[in-house]
Design a binder for this molecule. Structure first.
Ligand code: HEC
Length: 192
């Protein structure tokens, strides 16, 4: 595939995923009775960070989109206003509308349990298997997360939430195939 096509695809995937993560976080925030004060603060910070990313990510995705969305910037700004005003019902409805414009297309299912298990044990287990959760932005158990979330939301969190180290910058170091394998691994491990 030509590089620019791959970039378009990556840009579309990232914006779609970020919207679903903010939407998931907004729902968590809305039903936040079981969150500690620290976690609630962390979640609000995450949502604000996600909204800031969306300003840029929607702009990048729209470079290639027709017709041009003249309302885009206004709509993204309205999101921040609703969240700022603590109008979560409106905020969530706006995110759902935005998500329709930038849908997350699921990759084909990759059944590669062994690969995913090795990836998990090598790169993820140390922080995620038995995490300390009473901090602002905790790592959660990924098998539990996969059980609680829809495939779409969990995939979105894999796309947005897995960050590289200093050598890869902030870019997600995994290929879409590897992420699909991880998605299947966490999702199917819980139904065993
Ligand atoms: C050094 C510790 C560490 C390692 C290693 C690590 N994570 Fe995380 N991860 C975290 C923390 C802490 C968060 C929460 C970040 C936040 O809320 O901003 C997180 C967030 C996430 C999220 C997002 C959850 C959400 O609520 O949106 C996913 C998905 C995730 N990690 C998957 C992985 C996977 C898969 C691996 C292995 C490839 C991995 N992580 C490796 C610490 C780690």
């Amino acid at each position: 595939m030509a590089d620019d096509l791959r970039d378009i695809e990556r840009g579309n995937r990232l914006v779609a995923a970020e919207i679903l993560v903010v939407l998931g976080d907004a729902r968590k925030f809305q039903s936040s009775d079981n969150l500690t004060v620290l976690q609630k603060k962390g979640l609000a910070d995450r949502i604000r960070g996600g909204l800031a990313s969306l300003v840029i990510l929607t702009r990048i995705a729209d470079v290639y989109k027709q017709p041009i969305d003249m309302e885009r910037q206004k709509n993204v700004r309205r999101l921040a206003q609703s969240f700022g005003a603590n109008n979560l019902v409106k905020f969530i409805a706006q995110l759902q509308t935005l998500s329709k414009r930038y849908p997350l297309i699921e990759p084909p299912i990759v059944n590669s349990e062994k690969t995913a298990q090795v990836l998990h044990e090598t790169y993820c287990a140390a922080c995620h298997d038995d995490p300390v959760t009473d901090v602002e932005r905790p790592a959660f158990n990924l098998f539990e997360q996969a059980r609680q979330q829809s495939r779409q939301e969990f995939l979105a969190r894999l796309i947005v939430g897995v960050r590289g180290d200093r050598t890869t910058g902030l870019r997600n170091p995994f290929t879409l195939r590897e992420l699909a394998a991880l998605l299947n691994y966490y999702k199917s491990a819980v139904s065993n």
